[in-house]
Ligand binder design. Sequence first.
Ligand SMILES: Nc1ncnc2c1ncn2[C@@H]1O[C@H](COP(=O)(O)OP(=O)(O)OP(=O)(O)O)[C@@H](O)[C@H]1O
Ligand SMILES: Nc1ncnc2c1ncn2[C@@H]1O[C@H](COP(=O)(O)OP(=O)(O)OP(=O)(O)O)[C@@H](O)[C@H]1O
Ligand SMILES: [Mg+2]
Ligand SMILES: [Mg+2]
Lengths: 251, 251
Amino acid sequence: MKRIIAVSNHKGGVGKTTSVVNIGAGLARSGKRVLLIDLDPQANLTISFGIQEAEKTIYGSLKGEYELFPMNVGENLDIVASTLDLSGAETELSSEAGREYILQELIEPITGNYDYIIIDCPPSLGLLTINAFTAVEEVFIPLQPHYLAIKGLAKIIEVINKIKRRLNKSLEITAVFVTLYDKRKILHRDVLQTIKTYFGDRVFYTKIRENIALAEAPSAGNDIFSYDASCNGADDYRRLVKEIIEMEDKD
Amino acid sequence: MKRIIAVSNHKGGVGKTTSVVNIGAGLARSGKRVLLIDLDPQANLTISFGIQEAEKTIYGSLKGEYELFPMNVGENLDIVASTLDLSGAETELSSEAGREYILQELIEPITGNYDYIIIDCPPSLGLLTINAFTAVEEVFIPLQPHYLAIKGLAKIIEVINKIKRRLNKSLEITAVFVTLYDKRKILHRDVLQTIKTYFGDRVFYTKIRENIALAEAPSAGNDIFSYDASCNGADDYRRLVKEIIEMEDKD
Ligand SMILES: Nc1ncnc2c1ncn2[C@@H]1O[C@H](COP(=O)(O)OP(=O)(O)OP(=O)(O)O)[C@@H](O)[C@H]1O
Ligand SMILES: Nc1ncnc2c1ncn2[C@@H]1O[C@H](COP(=O)(O)OP(=O)(O)OP(=O)(O)O)[C@@H](O)[C@H]1O
Ligand SMILES: [Mg+2]
Ligand SMILES: [Mg+2]
């Protein structure tokens, strides 16, 4: 079962990177062979695994200097690192013919080595995210249960539908999940209801609760399971990973 | 005293928009004439004032179709609205000669009408944010007290220094402030210390505490003072505004 998934939401700070790190680590611990790709110029995924300056990054590969260069960060877990220089990529690549297919071309030759390839997207819907949407079959959207978070959904759905029509027929939003959740807050419960009405059974049952350990783990260069296996964050991501694996049987 | 300020941080979800809305509203209530400019394709500032589809937006102005078109949203408070279509602007404008000066040219003729012009930037360091940095004299950086937030500081400082050298001699980071703060969390206190070592007396004394009312106010199309004048969020932004006004005497 080969799955290629983009984790995307142009709303900032909703837990995209935190989710890619911990979903990736959780799948690897379940025996899946996993590749994570850091497609954000902030390089937060790269930093979360304690990597300071990678020799070969997604930037060099996108510019055509070399193939994708996965680095092993744990059992069954590789990552393709990013760099702050990636912020120049969107303008540099925008005049390249077939510029939306650059990432897909890079991923193609290595899909056989992994069960899951997961891409961490930047908080925008520019050329980098469009490259991710062209290269994958599934999009997961993490959502903070806040009013401003909901208002942006229409735009991301519009962009995904456009790419599905023109560039990638198999692209689908296959899952939406709530992050930074606090069930004591009425706003959170209300927005969760709205999300369920919008997306129906594509909303994961598991909600990722607010848990400071998730914000501490990156400073130790760890995923949440290595950092503190018994905290709420580890429990929530463990359950989310279980739901992701259960989706395989549904297809 | 004419001040033109960009509120920027390429890290997503740190409270840029929430701060521009409530600093703007607080300054207007103190009798200052204020213009807020929504430079984010998510149009969160526009949505926070309850504006659904504005007739004339920053996008049309940047493309040269018309002048800036401020809309009055309260006493002493105008805004220039954004639109989801702005996400195409960076690629569309990237080949224009002097593309970094487009916003400055638009703001120039109306600076006389306001005491404060404040720009809400998107979570990136692309052409829109570079336009903001070229047009302003001050940059305020809101920071969530998390590990990943600190790692991105070097990049924003690098970009600001480059623009100061090449495009805008008077550009300065004049203030940094902490948002979503919870003094009970060790991580928050530790990161606050790091921020103070980095920025010294440019760090505002006021920290914006986490307060759900701040996330609720946008759904009512209100700033925090109209929504719930006695909550922590209103207290904190009232104090922050006071510190901003006190800076005027220092110059
Ligand atoms: N469930 C959680 N509980 C507490 N803190 C969290 C949680 N999830 C993420 N965080 C923290 O909140 C901040 C935002 O999360 P993260 O960086 O993963 O979001 P993002 O969507 O990737 O942001 P960006 O839009 O900047 O890429 C980070 O500092 C992270 O450590
Ligand atoms: N002090 C606070 N307490 C509680 N919620 C807050 C606070 N400040 C902001 N929020 C909420 O957190 C979310 C992120 O804030 P906001 O959208 O202002 O950040 P931003 O930096 O503008 O995000 P982006 O990078 O997407 O532009 C919003 O849903 C907002 O309502
Ligand atoms: Mg991220
Ligand atoms: Mg914003």
